[in-house]
Design a protein around this ligand. Sequence first.
Ligand code: ATP
Ligand code: MG
Length: 719
Amino acid sequence: MDDVSTILDPLNEAQREAVGAPPGHMRVLAGAGSGKTRVLIHRIAWLIGVEGVSPQSILAVTFTNKAAGEMRARLEPMIRVPARAMWVGTFHGIAHRLLRLHYKEAKLPQAFQIIDSDDQYRLIRRTLKNLEMDEQRWPPRQMQGFINSCKDAAERPRDLADTGDYARTQMIRVYAAYEAAREAAGLVDFAELLLRAYETCRDDSDLLAHYRRRFSHLLVDEFQDTNALQYAWIRLLAGSNGRVFIVGDDDQSIYSWRGARVDNILRFEDDFKDTATVRLEQNYRSTGTILGAANGLIGHNLSRLGKELWTAGADGEPIDIYGAFNEYDEAQHVVNRIQGWIADGGKRSDIAILYRSNAQSRVLEERLIAAEISYRIYGGQKFFERAEIKDALAYMRLLQSRADDAAFERIVNTPTRGIGATTVDKIRSHARAGAMSLWQAAFDLAQNGLPARAGKMVMAFIETIDALDADIEGMALHEAADRVIEATGLKVHHGKGGDEKAEGRKENLDELVSAARAYTPDDDETMDEITQFLAYASLEAGENQAGEWDESVQLMTLHSAKGLEFPLVFMVGLEEGLFPHQRSIDDENGLEEERRLCYVGMTRAMDKLHISHAEVRRLHGSENLCAPSRFLREIPADYLREVRPQAGISQPVFRPGALARAEQSAAGLNLGQRVGHRKFGEGTVLAFEGDGARARIQVNFDRAGSKWLIAGYAKLDPI
Ligand code: ATP
Ligand code: MG
């Protein structure tokens, strides 16, 4: 059969066993890069192409929305039927789809809106204020953590036992009040998406029966990172007839801090009877060196199922370890290596820079910009999370649903329209007293109950929104977005100041219109285009959004690199306290999780891996002396090659070509060299730019901080 060979030929023996297994529960347990995701995709193709399962009957859970898109793209040529009918997505994406379809059963308003964690935080603060609870004593972040972990454990406020402990009682009270406010405003936070979808299936027997009949096959990638609720949901949907196919790697479990339970992998065979287990041991991704190093590192973890990976590929180059002076030097090193790679004909999109914490990206970005290397940040500060974008989206949300209190609150006085804090407070109390939305309360008060001037302002706001609503009726999404931005004066508001930042904000607003234009809605009758776009902005933001993805170096945290692969990988900031993170150093479980994170990072690399650490790093405002990460010592030394700092303080290294120019300035100074300046005192050379008369040099002065100087005039003396 033609289909059979298309599906099985690109697989090894063990992979075929999993893909071609007779229908039943299957667990594939294997290390990084062994083809788990490939197996999952081929299994779907097998089910459809060979077993004759309808795409409609398949539910596949991926780790990112991007992975879902890739899965569809890779499937289509294999199965020759549209993969659209399949439900593929993240747990959150799938839960959202279900809630849109069944908003009635879920007891949600049809126009319910999703709020991200920033909106949730604001709503919690407002709740605390309403309860007259002190933020110092009840930090909103802590409340947020409490609420979300309750939801992840499927616990509603009423399920939480009152233990008589005062603090706990108060926290439950906040949770309950937050839920009431969220519910009244028709809002759904991320954790709510999952819990609500789970409860809706659990409590509505017709609905459950329908989906159990429909989804005869459920497949889950990255299973080691499912939490209790997600696991319960899969069990619920599978019922007694659904076949569940999971792939995972206990060594890559990195979300226990978000409630993921790696023991779900072990429990699986108890909960799903007659589970077959397949292990994959051949790695197809990385060189022998990278693999050996990663295996050596993860071998230091005690709690693991234990597996070794091998590769038939070449050993490749050693892993380069660079000890930088500081984070600038480290970033410069990365940039130099990237320039070398590009000069040798390599592509930028083949490169990833991975770091432990988002804050590390700034210095890297600075250097990349200076070197004119395009980059994009994957999952960092997302486009849709920028203030100006959230303002515009809040208008669109309020246009969709007047009950959306979070949106109302965000924009009622943005741009400033003379509706001050006192007025908003009055609106809030009126809403609370009458159990109505802020919108409704504002309308009420504007008629009667506010000083004349304030009442007029509020009425004007209400009229603006209503007029805009009528105005955008029937418009294409991007036209509507454009109209909203213009008519509300957001552009003028955010363009104030006229500086570069203001320009950037205006450009971002334009970019929102472009994003709306480029947006292709699914042909999904349950949601109109604006609703889909708003959901996309909160759920998928930052994953695929506009930008020259193909032409850019990718920057991301180690966490968001999971499942991906790149020919050239830089792991930066391998320092005690940063990675492993300070929080986990004293805790054996925490430390093992950090080590798994390091394993995930290393195994993203296909051909070449660079690791670096800095001796001094400024993080969160203070400068620290940093010891190299213990993980560097745990990697067997044979795989490593120490790269000497290019500064070679006494022995400058001359090499022809761009690299040497970047490392040594016309003034004969080296990167990292200590120099003295008449006015600024002593400092360290950080970077060079340009040559000849226009050459500039950056020095980090001990007292005066970092400065760019014209090399020819600076009169820097080596010391
Ligand atoms: P991770 O644990 O990082 O998610 P994984 O186990 O899911 O990794 P894949 O991403 O599926 O691994 O595969 C890793 C790489 O190896 C991919 O580039 C994939 O196309 C390739 N690959 C997998 N199996 C084979 C095979 N049998 N022959 C050739 N290449 C393969
Ligand atoms: Mg994978």
